[in-house]
Design a protein around this ligand. Structure first.
Ligand code: DGY
Length: 340
């Protein structure tokens, strides 16, 4: 039995992932795995570099940088990487592509699985919750109620902005942007607009959204929600230039990646009243230090990157990451594979 075990592909899992994924891997009988048995702290880099030596496959989450150093440490056996995330900005695609070229002589490169779709509902739901918490000032309101700020009923106290009759702008229209718009529509939104590198008519037709320029998105949106991936092109795309074109009454929401926002410019826009409020589920860095100036602002609601955090979604992500990995190791198409 021991000999059989030792001939199975070796997998390292960088986190104690939710049970469904672990169950799939253990019951498959196709792999032997070792894991960083904690969900509270990420595996220390030194330990990770040690543990990946000689592995055939790796399951990671978004806290692990998969770069040249890690690929070097893993060595030539590594052929499958499966991230339990839809975002892949923690993976150095350039280095992964290089690995394909280097290994061309044996016709294999590292294949990469990720977990889109299964988290769309959860992320869209949280985005709506964050948008409403920000625009209707729910966090400030509960704080006032609990700390003695609740005096008499006042005519303009804690007033915010409503979705009815508004224009909602989506920066980066994909599955998640569509799912957000579908949920917002019943709130009587007047118009959906979006921008992207090019029009996306098929997705846009699902929500009757109009393609506009970045400038128009900024100037027309009452609510601007960021749904694009973080890439070198989108880094800091939400900056002074964008905020300065937004209405003083508009609300900015980001549930994609912190890196798409120039945070100093956002602080400036919020503290000067250039825009009315911001709801962020993602920041740079994560966790955002409690001394960060954004935490001093009443008109900024900050969540600790929880958009996909529902039990069912996190289990589905874990299961998909496990299945991607097993299929990749068998040389079969993964359920969700990144084209490098
Ligand atoms: C992802 O999957 O990329 C999210 O940010 C976390 O679920």
């Amino acid at each position: 039995v021991q000999r059989e075990m030792s001939s199975l592909p070796r997998v390292y899992i960088t986190r104690q992932i939710p049970p469904e994924g672990l169950k799939i891997l253990s019951e498959s009988g196709q792999v032997q795995f070792d894991l960083w048995d904690s969900d509270d702290v990420p595996v220390p880099r030194k330990e990770l570099l040690q543990k990946v030596k000689g592995v055939d496959a790796l399951v990671c989450v978004l806290t692990e940088k998969i770069d040249a150093e890690l690929l070097d440490a893993a060595g030539p056996n590594l052929r499958v990487l499966s991230t339990m995330s839809v975002g892949f900005d923690h993976l150095s695609l350039e280095e992964l592509k290089k690995s394909i070229l280097l290994q061309l002589c044996v016709c294999v490169g590292i294949r990469v699985g990720y977990t889109p779709d299964v988290l769309t509902d959860s992320v869209a739901e949280l985005t709506v919750a964050l948008l409403l918490s920000t625009s209707r000032r729910l966090i400030e309101a509960t704080h006032e109620a609990k700390t003695g700020g609740w005096g008499t009923w006042r005519t303009l106290w804690l007033c915010g902005y409503e979705l009815a009759n508004s224009t909602v702008g989506i920066l980066g229209l994909g599955r998640i942007g569509v799912a957000i718009a579908e949920r917002l529509k019943p709130f009587k939104v007047k118009k959906f607009i979006y921008t992207d590198v090019a029009p996306r008519p098929e997705l846009a037709s699902l929500i009757d959204a109009e393609y506009v320029s970045m400038d128009e998105l900024a100037s027309q949106s009452d609510f601007l929600t960021v749904c694009c991936a973080l890439t070198p092109e989108t880094k800091d795309i939400c900056n002074k230039d964008l905020f300065s074109k937004m209405k003083n009454t508009s609300i900015f929401i980001n549930t994609s990646r912190g890196g798409v926002v120039h945070q100093e410019d956002l602080y400036e826009a919020l503290s000067s009243g250039q825009i009315a409020g911001a709801g962020l589920d993602v920041t740079v860095p994560e966790p955002l230090p409690i001394s960060h100036p954004l935490f001093t602002l009443n008109n900024c609601v900050i969540l600790p990157h929880i958009a996909s955090a529902s039990y069912s979604t996190r289990n589905a992500m874990s299961a998909l990451a496990a299945n991607n990995l097993l299929l990749g190791l068998k040389g079969q198409p993964m359920i969700k594979e990144l084209k490098l």
